[in-house]
Design a protein around this ligand. Structure first.
Ligand code: ZN
Length: 76
């Protein structure tokens, strides 16, 4: 069962809850007893796509180093 993170607007608490996926969007009760906590986008599940991904690191596929053979890379 996946873990979802919820945010209580009443007290500002965030908490995690194990829930069936089909019920993930339903309001939850916060640990302090407030009803109506809403699910937040988990930082684990909702990492922004593409924005921080390293680009071009393996673009040439050669793993080439520009050292010319003077470093520990082997001179490729
Ligand atoms: Zn609360």
């Amino acid at each position: 069962m996946p873990v979802y993170e919820y945010f209580c607007r009443t007290c500002g608490a965030t908490f995690e809850l194990l829930r069936p996926m089909a019920r993930s969007g339903e309001p939850a009760a916060c640990p302090r007893g407030h009803a109506g906590a809403t699910r937040t986008l988990s930082v684990f599940a909702a990492a922004p796509r593409g924005s921080d991904a390293p680009s071009g690191r393996d673009a040439d596929g050669a793993g080439g180093c520009a050292c010319g053979g003077s470093c520990a890379c082997g001179g490729t």
